[in-house]
Design a protein around this ligand. Structure first.
Ligand code: ARG
Length: 457
């Protein structure tokens, strides 16, 4: 089959060579973006009187037909035509005749592919922002029902201090909020048109880049044609923002997995977000959370992959840059799926309030209360820490907890201790009293949830 660029060639490559070089297997994802880019380009060519209106109308008619066929999945892409751009151009010429060959006036595949990628990412990032917001709403809804649910808070995965379970959930709300901000901020670097940059140097035709950008809804145009066709940093940034999001989801996934184990037993995932074992009938596995934790690896991989691809590339376009696509498509697919799954998983999970309540009553996570109590009575905190540590040790030896210690033992350790200590040591009081800004005290958590709702409104 003759190539659209075949004039200079005496023989063609063998098919397996073509197959290695072709991107049509994956860049057909960009079919609509490519057609829209062509529509804007040819309208601009007409408006600037570079092509006669008659030709423009014919080309637009052909592009419309192609759009319909694409929507019906009725286009047949060929490896021989290399990529989405040449496939569509060939189809256009087959459809409307040689006039279709005028579409590529004043344009190159280099600005064309960059335009497609900008259009694609702009739309997808918008969708991702909406999905993050949906998940945030679910987190707020779960948090609202668990403001007064006591839970153990950990450091080093050792019981540290009791907290409100809502506080723990809301921590993820704020991580996601920053992720969302990063995606939002990135839009101003995606929303820029490379169209009209040509192969690298611009064009001799009197084109109007701002007009084609306006047709495509871009807020801006690249100021430098070489930068326009060489830039992939907007994709690196997307992969980086996605990596950060996945890091957050992966930490949450890890907690979901721990919490649903028999050892923790803090939550139970809904059947609809769990799987069974083919051999062990009793199993209910948190597969979805595990998969999200695992998929984080491929998103990081996509980021490292692209950073490595662009490192050391001389300006301007190089075929290496065709490698920007699969990682980006894969990342969009992965984070969209992960966000949807996570939202459903958190919305439908059952929180074992009783078990959480029991847990904080059978540990030493109220030890800080005793130390703070002594410090508030004037004992230097370091000494208060020492006294409390010794009492914890005494409890461990006797096999019980601080609240079980008789007043005599407590007073022997420090004469500053009075009978009000038992109220102070209650986990409920411990949480309620942590009322510093952003703390886990119920009032603060309620304020925090209100703030979060305002952020979403
Ligand atoms: N398929 C190519 C890519 O994805 C399109 C650009 C080709 N440009 C070129 N000069 N060969 O990068």
């Amino acid at each position: 089959m003759t190539k659209l660029w075949g004039g200079r060639f005496q023989k063609s490559a063998e098919q397996w060579v073509d197959e290695f070089g072709a991107s049509i297997g994956f860049d057909q994802t960009l079919v609509m973006e490519d057609l829209e880019g062509s529509v804007a380009h040819v309208k601009m060519l007409g408006a600037c009187q570079i092509l006669p209106q008659e030709d423009v109308q014919q080309i637009l008619g052909g592009l419309e037909q192609l759009k319909k066929l694409a929507a019906d999945n009725a286009l047949e892409f060929l490896v021989a035509n290399e990529d989405i751009h040449l496939n569509l151009e060939k189809m256009l010429i087959d459809l409307i005749g040689p006039v279709g060959g005028k579409l590529h006036t004043g344009r190159s595949r280099n600005d064309q592919v960059a335009t497609d990628m900008h259009l694609f990412l702009k739309n997808r990032v918008g969708e991702i922002i909406e999905l993050i917001e949906l998940f945030q709403q679910t987190l707020i809804a779960q948090a609202e029902t668990h403001v007064e649910t006591l839970a153990p808070g950990y450091t080093h995965l050792q019981r540290a201090q009791p907290i409100s379970f809502a506080h723990h959930l809301m921590a993820y709300f704020w991580m996601l909020d920053r992720d969302k901000d990063r995606f939002k901020d990135s839009i101003k670097r995606i929303d820029i048109s490379p169209l009209g940059a040509g192969a690298l140097a611009g064009t001799t035709f009197p084109i109007d880049r701002k007009l084609s950008a306006e047709y495509l809804g871009f807020a801006n145009v690249y100021a430098n044609s070489m930068d326009a066709v060489s830039d992939r940093d907007f994709i690196v940034e997307f992969l980086s923002n996605s990596s950060m999001l996945m890091a957050h989801l992966s930490r949450f996934a890890e907690e979901i997995i721990l919490w649903s184990s028999s050892e923790f037993n803090f939550i139970e995932l809904d059947d609809s977000f769990s799987t069974g074992s083919s051999i062990m009938p009793q199993k209910k596995n948190p597969d979805m959370a595990e998969l999200i934790r695992g998929k984080t690896g491929r998103v990081y991989g996509n980021l490292m992959g692209l950073l490595t691809v662009i490192k050391g590339l001389p300006l301007a376009y190089n075929k290496d840059m065709q490698e920007d696509k699969e990682g980006m498509f894969d990342t969009v697919h992965t984070i969209v799926g992960s966000l949807k799954i996570f939202e459903g998983m958190v919305r439908t999970m059952t929180v074992h309030k009783e078990r959480l309540h029991d847990t904080v009553h059978k540990d030493f996570s109220n030890a800080t209360e005793l130390a703070d109590y002594l410090a508030a009575k004037g004992l230097p905190f370091r000494e208060a820490h020492e006294v409390t540590g010794k009492l914890v040790f005494l409890c461990i030896q006797r096999g019980y907890f601080l609240l079980d210690l008789p007043l005599d033992d407590l007073q022997e350790a420090s004469s500053l201790i009075e009978s009000d200590i038992y109220d102070v040591l209650s986990p409920l009081a411990a949480v309620r009293r942590r009322n510093s800004l952003g703390g886990t005290g119920f009032d603060q958590v309620t304020i925090q949830i209100e703030e979060a709702k305002k952020r979403l409104a």
